[in-house]
Structures are given as C-alpha cells and as structure tokens.
Design a protein around this ligand. Structure first.
Ligand code: DX5
Ligand code: ZN
Length: 212
C-alpha cells in the first residue's frame, strides 16, 4: 500500500486558513481533529470550519472524530464528503454498526485506538474497516511527544491486518525522523500537524516524509 501523508489542520494558523491550505497542498490528505471537550480534555473545531475548508481545497478530507457517541453526527459529517471518517473505539459503543453506517454514507470507515486500548476487538470488525488509526500520543492536543511503546502496537496491528486492504494510520508526534521506524513497523498513513506546519517549507517536509 502506498505511503500517504495527512496534514493535521490543528497546527495551522487559523487566522489564515487559505494561506495554510496552500502551504500543505502537496499532502495526500487533510486531517481534521474534531474534539468535544468530553472524550478529550479539549475543544477544537467542528462542522462549519470543515465545511468552509472543504470549499477551498482539492485535498481529500480525513475526519478524526474525538467525540463521544460519534454515531449522532455521521450524516452531518458525511455531508461534507470526506474520504475518511474515523471514530474512536472507546467512544463508539456499537462500533460495527457505526462503521457500516459510515460506508453506507459513502465514506471510508476508520477506527482509532488510544495508546492503552488493546487491538483485540478489531479482529471482529476487520471486514467493515478501511483504516485503523493507532494514536501515538493521548488524543486531545497537538505538539506532544511520540510514545515509543506504540511501535510494538503498530507491529501487532500490521500482523492483525495481514493482507486485508486496510490502511494503518499513525497520529501524534509524527516527524520525518520517526517515519522510517513507523513505516518499518507497518504504518502506511502518517498524520502530522506541528512538524508540517512549523516547517519553513511544508512541501519539502512532506516530500521528505514520503521518501524517509
Ligand atoms: C491529537 C490529534 C492529532 C494532532 C497531531 O489529538 O489527533 O491529529 O493534530 O499533532 P502533532 O503532529 O503536532 O503531534
Ligand atoms: Zn488526529
């Protein structure tokens, strides 16, 4: 599976989103961190922002819902036509139904796991999954440090996926320096916020992440 880079808008300058979108236009995906102040101890942005940004970019949208009971909002998020909607394993009580619904709505379905959440239950929903997101920090904030123990988890997840056509995404503390070990462990999709947006030349940084 081809390596893909997803630029996380959380680290962008919100006063100049148009300018920021131009800086990251060579990414493969645009990642949106939606936070509700309940599932994670932070509030970010929601639908109006995603909807506005979707009109100003050609990049496919990658929506990461860090919200409780995400099934309540799937129709609204699907209406902005994202490529991917990812929900949290810990927040989706009826996960299989939620993943099915995301696909019915025409999107690819992702599930995200907090660092301490075991992979075990995913075995039973693999058929309904297009992407697994292994959080490599505790979700809620940008700019945190990568948790090294997640390397083993990424390797275990790679084994679980086997030959299934499922992307393995990593998110949190991802930089050009750790992309090689993450890729060697089995990651195929790399979310980065701070590293990309703080780079002097994000296009160059994204190219280096692709070839690292
Ligand atoms: C963390 C978010 C990430 C965040 C990553 O809760 O899910 O997508 O934007 O930020 P960096 O790349 O700065 O760790
Ligand atoms: Zn994210």
């Amino acid at each position: 599976m081809n390596r893909r880079i997803s630029a996380s808008l959380l680290a962008a300058d919100f006063c100049d989103l148009r300018g920021e979108l131009a800086r990251v236009s060579s990414a493969d995906l645009l990642h949106f961190d939606v936070m509700d102040g309940h599932f994670v101890p932070n509030i970010s942005f929601g639908l109006p922002v995603i909807e506005a940004v979707s009109r100003c970019t050609d990049l496919p949208l990658d929506v990461h819902l860090m919200i409780e009971r995400p099934e309540r909002f799937l129709e609204e998020f699907a209406a902005v036509k994202p490529e991917i909607i990812t929900v949290h394993y810990e927040a989706a009580v009826h996960l299989q139904r939620t993943l099915r619904r995301i696909k019915e709505l025409g999107c690819r379905a992702g599930v995200s796991l907090n660092p301490h959440t075991p992979l075990e239950g995913l075995r039973y929903v693999l058929e309904d999954l297009d992407l697994i997101l292994i959080m490599t920090v505790n979700p809620g904030f940008g700019g945190q440090e990568f948790i090294p123990a997640m390397l083993e988890k990424i390797g275990d997840c790679r084994k679980l996926i086997g030959a299934a056509p499922i992307e393995l995404q990593v998110d949190g503390g991802v930089t050009v320096e750790n992309v090689p070990v993450l890729a060697a462990a089995g990651a195929t999709n790399f979310v980065a916020g701070s590293a990309i947006f703080q780079a002097e030349n994000p296009a160059d940084y994204i190219a280096r992440m692709r070839s690292a």
